[in-house]
Design a protein around this ligand. Structure first.
Ligand SMILES: Nc1nc2c(ncn2[C@@H]2O[C@H](COP(=O)(O)OP(=O)(O)OP(=O)(O)O)[C@@H](O)[C@H]2O)c(=O)[nH]1
Length: 323
């Protein structure tokens, strides 16, 4: 991810406008602050997984906003949080790495939650990134009335002055990603922070996530639906292989997708599989639909649940699972 090594962009005829801007942005904020939902609303297609549970976004996923005057490349980072396990530490390293490379940061703070220690922690971390423009985004504006929104905007402005000094945030903007309020304004303020640059990606390319990663996230999302809070951190999904089934007629191909779901304990394995395998079958059925839509082909999904004890704390296992 860098301007020196971009995917060669398709040049529009006659080149691009002189004042074209292109660059990278990342959303940070407490778990559940609305980062993934905002990413999806900006890109206009589901690329990052969202759920009501915190910390579902494990991987760095990019969505690309194409406009006639700019290209905004969104890097969806996991929620910044205090490291508790090795996995937490890795996530924070990943966040720091990612943030040092972006042109601007969007700091998401929900309109309906008081600014807390978690927000202050993130703000002080961000203050250490030298001269990086930080846009404060007050999310979920639809959940409060005008007066409460105004009060939150003032509190967030004050947080900026307290942590970044007099100038504070590069901008502050309220948004509702689900209520379709101010979404293009968020893009506008971020675009203003991007450098003058030719487009970095061909038009129409929404994400450059490898397909296997997107497939594993669709399965992970389905597997987490409706389960207890303990599971999200203990579940890793790895696509072992995706191979076209041999001997299929050309007009009706079938892709064999073999996937391992790793959990840490037998009790978790039982949760994922469900009574008589019912839950796992359901996960397969639901995620297959999304995978077929994503890949544009029929898919045979082969899911296996395995136990990888304490994988969050074992560097070797973390490597194997793609962290
Ligand atoms: N009412 C309302 N709810 C929202 C809005 N944006 C997000 N939400 C909800 O807030 C919850 C969390 O949203 P996410 O986008 O998953 O939050 P996130 O910051 O990506 O969360 P993590 O991946 O855990 O860091 C979900 O239930 C969303 O539906 C909004 O604009 N309005």
């Amino acid at each position: 991810m860098s301007r020196n090594n971009p995917t060669p962009a398709l040049m529009p005829e006659g080149g691009w406008p002189k004042d074209f801007r292109a660059g990278f942005t990342s959303f940070v904020g407490r778990p559940n602050a609305g980062k993934s939902t905002l990413t999806n609303a900006l890109v206009g297609q589901k690329v990052a997984i969202t759920s009501a549970k915190p910390q579902t976004t494990r991987h760095t996923i990019r969505g690309i906003v194409h406009r006639s005057d700019a290209q905004l490349i969104l890097v969806d980072t996991p929620g910044l949080h205090r490291p508790r396990t090795l996995l937490g530490q890795r996530l924070n390293d990943l966040v720091a790495d990612t943030l040092s490379e972006v042109d601007a940061i969007g700091f998401c703070l929900p309109a309906n939650e008081k600014i807390g220690p978690g927000d202050r922690f993130i703000a002080t971390q961000l203050a250490q990134l030298q001269k990086k423009p930080i846009v404060a985004i007050v999310t979920k504006a639809d959940t409060v009335d005008r007066a409460a929104l105004m009060a939150q905007l003032m509190a967030v402005t004050q947080l900026g002055v307290d942590t970044l000094g007099e100038d504070g945030w590069a901008a502050i903007v309220p948004v509702s990603a689900t209520g379709d309020f101010q979404i293009s304004e968020v893009a506008d303020v971020l675009v203003k922070q991007m450098p003058l640059s030719p487009p970095l990606y061909p038009d129409g390319e929404l994400t450059d996530e490898p397909e296997a990663k997107m497939v594993s996230e669709l399965i992970r999302e389905a597997a987490l639906e409706g389960v207890r809070d303990e599971l999200p951190h203990s579940l890793a999904v790895v696509v072992e292989e995706m191979v076209p089934r041999e001997g299929r007629p050309e007009d009706s191909p079938l892709l064999d997708v073999r996937v391992n779901l790793y959990v840490e304990r037998p009790s978790q394995k039982a949760i994922v599989i469900g009574k008589g395998g019912a839950r796992l079958r359901d996960v397969g059925t639901r995620s297959r639909k999304g995978i077929e839509a994503l890949l544009g082909t029929r898919v045979y999904l082969d899911l296996h649940v395995k136990i990888a004890k304490e994988w969050q704390r074992d560097p070797k296992q973390l490597g194997k699972l793609g962290f």
